[in-house]
Write a protein that binds this ligand. Structure first.
Ligand code: ADP
Length: 295
């Protein structure tokens, strides 16, 4: 009879059940996901509830200016909630293969220019508020240039086959991180350049276990996004592309984020048969590299 009972309660995934280590790892991962997400969701939710309750309870005593401030805080917290939920849904869809990319001819320089313009506009809208909060207002300068095969600046704008909406999401994400993780502001630079098959400098980029090696077989185009921010310690350079991975320092703790942005970027770039990775000098800044096949 005991044997029959065991069969009734047998887990649905016998492959995982047969491997207790993998099963434990999955359980641990689920716990981590729940812990991270409940914290990330709870803090903006608490802000919304707190400000809304204060507005309701003390409606008559609150000045116009205070009411405006509270409403701004509610607005900001709901934006954050929306971003977290959208990121979660997107990661789930990317991992289950529900998102397909649609390749069309795409002018990369045009896409990057639009992304920079949107980032500048976003910063402008928030600048006055930030300058008031901080005794050292932070200012950014954005530049973009295109290089030719010899490393010379060119005005020829490369066209590749890619999904414009998804690629824009990647560039937006990298620019947002560059801004967020540069507490003193500074220069943020985007460069677009061709990568020729098996040029000598490619050896610098060879990395074990990535699709970069296969990238060397064909013509690729590189986009780099560089900042002069806090940088990323060497031991985190790969891990930051995993879901929920954040570098835990006093500075990064001040910036809210569920650690999903780069995981989404990696998925999108890999759907294009490309690669993404980062190099950094802690305290000096970071550069994110994207390689995309030209065709
Ligand atoms: P989030 O920003 O929501 O935490 P991401 O997946 O975009 O999630 O980034 C993961 C982690 O990588 C960040 O928490 C941060 O520690 C680190 N990181 C990403 N971009 C940068 C950058 N430009 N400079 C320094 N650290 C960065």
């Amino acid at each position: 009879m005991a044997g029959q009972d065991e069969q009734v309660y047998e887990p649905q995934k016998p492959g995982i059940a047969a491997n207790p280590k993998a099963y434990r790892e999955i359980e641990l991962f689920k716990t981590e996901v729940l812990a991270t997400m409940s914290h990330e969701l709870r803090s903006p939710l608490a802000a919304i509830k707190g400000y809304a309750a204060t507005l309701l309870r003390h409606e008559q005593r609150i000045s116009r200016a205070e009411r405006h401030e509270f409403l701004l805080a509610i607005n900001e917290a709901s934006d954050r909630l929306e971003v977290i939920i959208n990121h979660l849904l997107e990661v789930a869809q990317l991992e289950t293969g529900a998102i397909k990319i649609e390749r069309v001819p795409l002018n990369l320089a045009f896409l990057v220019r639009e992304a920079i313009f949107a980032a500048e506009e976003h910063l402008e809208n928030h600048q006055a508020e930030q300058d008031l909060q901080s005794d050292q207002p932070k200012h950014f300068s954005f530049t973009m240039h295109i290089e030719d095969e010899q490393g010379q600046q060119t005005s020829v704008e490369p066209i590749i086959q890619a999904d414009g909406m998804r690629l824009r999401e990647v560039i937006d994400n990298l620019l947002e991180n560059a801004i967020n993780y540069s507490p003193a502001g500074g220069a943020i630079e985007v460069v677009i350049r061709p990568i020729l098959p098996r040029s000598p400098r490619d050896n610098d980029y060879l990395q074990e276990g990535t699709s970069i090696q296969s990238a060397l077989q064909q013509n690729m185009i590189e986009i780099t996004v560089s900042d002069r921010g806090i940088g990323i310690p060497l031991e985190h350079l790969r891990a930051i592309f995993a879901r929920f991975h954040r570098v835990d320092t006093r500075l990064t703790r001040e910036i809210n984020g569920p650690g999903l942005g780069l995981a989404i970027c990696k998925h999108i770039i890999e759907l294009h048969n490309g690669s993404i990775w980062a190099e950094s000098e802690p305290g000096q800044g970071s550069t994110f590299h994207i390689w995309l096949p030209v065709e």
